[in-house]
Design a protein around this ligand. Structure first.
Ligand code: AMP
Length: 281
């Protein structure tokens, strides 16, 4: 497995790859969720490239960029064990030279859900993914449904800008008690970790109501709000029931796929989770 720090060397290595390239962009602090993407890429491509880059431009001024968990040694050992070929780990100066001044703005799909609390977040995400795609030039790139809005943003960008990369959506990986795996779970104290399962409980309640035939979105939203309110360590940021593709908020879930997503503060840690209802959900 090659570990590469510079864009020049990554480009050179890419030029030497004659057959298919699968790519997994990450911010490191890898867990089973990330590794499930690597495994799928390994099964579907001749070459597997993983990037580890904590992208400053997707963090707001009061967010956790400085304290975001960084575990490069264990990350590299995990990726080696999964059979990755290349790990691209540029530093911020390599990716954003002082005169960097081009940004990718995806439209409507970035204006909802996460954006109210994280203005500018998806501009940073879309830009860094575009830059990484230009460096790595993958045939396929793997993104988790954990970050459902990010997946929708990347799919829209790739379609609109004709990037010619196949985006492969990957199922969410959860802990035994249902908590969505996330690098940010490392911030939780033992009490907060116990409380954090309320996200999955709230979504499960919502899904059970849907399966009982309830289609009215505000009834379902309120059920999620009530479930979160019962947990003293948790504070709801938002709950959304939206069209799974456009992310337009829905009044009713009839004959369509809906994304139920939420963000919750557990102590100071902001966690997100989602389920898809209907059709294939
Ligand atoms: P991150 O390192 O948080 O930027 O995540 C890198 C990729 O891993 C993204 O495509 C995420 O959606 C995906 N990912 C993170 N957590 C999970 C999870 N629990 N299950 C599936 N995919 C995940």
């Amino acid at each position: 497995m090659l570990t590469i720090k510079t864009i020049a060397e990554m480009r050179k290595t890419r030029r030497e790859m004659a057959s298919s390239v699968g790519f997994i962009p990450t911010m490191g602090a890898l867990h089973e969720g990330h590794l499930s993407l690597v495994r799928r890429a390994r099964a579907e491509n001749d070459n597997v490239v993983v990037s580890i880059f904590v992208n400053p431009s997707q963090f707001g001024p009061n967010e956790d960029l400085a304290k975001y968990p960084r575990t490069p040694d264990t990350d590299l050992a995990s990726l080696q064990a999964e059979g990755a070929d290349v790990v691209f780990m540029p530093d911020a100066g390599e990716m954003y030279p002082d005169d960097f001044d081009t940004w990718v703005e995806v439209g409507k799909v970035t204006e909802r859900l996460e954006s109210a609390s994280r203005p500018g977040h998806f501009r940073g995400v879309a830009t860094v993914v575009a830059v990484l795609f230009n460096i790595v030039r993958p045939d396929r790139a793997y993104f988790g449904r954990k970050d459902a809005q990010q997946l929708a943003v990347v799919q829209k960008m790739v379609r609109d800008l004709n990037m010619g990369v196949e985006i492969v959506p990957m199922p969410m990986v959860r802990e035994k008690d249902g908590l969505a795996m996330s690098s940010r779970n490392a911030y939780l104290s033992p009490d907060e970790r116990r409380a954090a399962k309320v996200l999955w409980q709230a979504l499960s309640t919502c899904r059970a109501m849907y399966e009982d035939g309830i289609r009215d979105a505000s009834t379902l939203r309120q059920a999620v709000e009530r479930a979160i309110a019962r947990e003293p360590f948790a504070k709801l940021d938002y709950v959304s029931i939206a069209d799974a593709e456009t992310l337009d908020e829905l009044d009713s879930i009839e004959n369509r796929e809906a994304l139920v997503s939420l963000a919750v503060y557990v102590g100071n840690t902001r966690l997100i989770d989602n389920v898809t209802l209907g059709e294939n959900g």
